[in-house]
Design a protein around this ligand. Structure first.
Ligand code: PRT
Ligand code: ZN
Length: 286
């Protein structure tokens, strides 16, 4: 029997739900019973290991798991010889330096000789080295944001998404030093058999992610503007054009990149497009 590929996913935390959603969108069926530490997919040679995110890179390195989903921050902090297979784009955050409200911050050199609390000593150390600042890095595993108020540190370096946690602790974010999203990581020395499974999985993940990036749009258009529309949605393959009963009009169907969507919509309206329908795309493969 085929040995399943072992995928490590965060058991419970910010990455768990989205990680499982991506796998489910790949058409892979599983129970997602979070009380289990391990389960096998029903219709794909994949085994799930549910772990703490901090343990995932090391487990992959030690061949307990083959691939896993973690924040890029965790991957870079642990600095193990693994590779990033895909950037999954979710769980966006930044690692930032933050200081108490009264701190006169003029740049990273304001941290010279100061004590900075962080759970990311490796990333912080390399940044400070890059800019030639000597500071005392105080490693701590959690509740970093309270350290200045209890006199443990002069500044902190922690993950931020909305910034609300910093503000509620009387801290101001002064310098993002690193940006992170969730990444799929793996070992580069997978057995051949597992590489084949991994490639099948990556093809599905790519199709899911590409579909998320695009919208499918349909609209009616005065035929005379077809050339201009083809230019607006340029870069893509030609749109599908269907004649209408009124032969001065046509129906157009095409895909548009999510990030360009609103611009395209405005331009289409200016060209007289009517009855514009937009739908999400579930999968998109080349
Ligand atoms: O239990 P386990 O060890 O598995 O989980 P964990 O508690 O270590 O990790 P978890 O679930 O908190 O985060 C997992 C990953 O999510 C991180 O490694 C990051 O890659 C990513 N991520 C995205 C974040 C945030 N956004 C985030 N905001 N991780 C942590 N935070 C923290 C932030 O530091 C602050 O304390 O959440 C708090 C709220 O943030 P604000 O800025 O919105 O107030
Ligand atoms: Zn963790």
């Amino acid at each position: 029997m085929e040995k399943p590929l072992r995928l490590a996913i965060q058991k419970s935390g910010r990455l768990s739900e989205k990680s499982l959603q991506i796998i489910a969108k790949c058409g892979i069926k599983f129970g997602s019973n979070s009380r289990l530490l391990r389960e096998e997919a029903e219709n794909f040679p994949l085994e799930f290991l549910y772990l703490r995110d901090d343990d995932i890179p090391r487990y992959i390195h030690d061949k307990v798991a083959d691939i896993g989903i973690v924040g890029r921050n965790e991957y870079d902090e642990q600095n193990l010889p693994l590779e990033v297979l895909r950037d999954l784009g979710f769980a966006k955050c930044r690692l930032s330096v933050a200081v108490p409200e009264g701190f006169n911050y003029t740049g990273l050199n304001s941290l010279e000789g100061k004590r900075i609390a962080t759970s990311y000593p490796h990333i912080l150390k390399s940044k400070l080295k890059e800019v030639g600042v000597n500071a005392n890095i105080y490693e701590i595993s959690g509740s970093v944001e309270i350290t200045p108020s209890i006199g443990v540190a002069d500044a902190i370096c922690d993950l931020v998404s909305t910034g609300a946690t910093l503000a509620s602790n009387g801290l101001k974010e002064v310098e993002p030093i690193y940006r992170s999203t969730a990444v799929l990581i793996g070992r580069s020395d997978l057995e051949e058999e597992k590489k084949v499974i991994l490639n099948r999985l990556l093809m599905r993940i790519d199709a899911v992610m590409k579909a998320d990036d695009y919208k499918y749009i349909m609209f009616n258009l005065p035929k005379e503007h077809l050339g201009e529309v083809a230019q607006i949605i340029g870069g893509m393959k030609s749109p599908t054009v269907t004649p209408l009963f009124d032969d001065t009009w046509v129906a157009v169907q095409t895909v548009v990149q999510e990030k360009e969507f609103w611009d395209v919509l405005e331009q289409l309206k200016e060209l007289g497009a009517q009855g514009i329908l937009v739908t999400a795309i579930e999968k998109m493969a080349d």
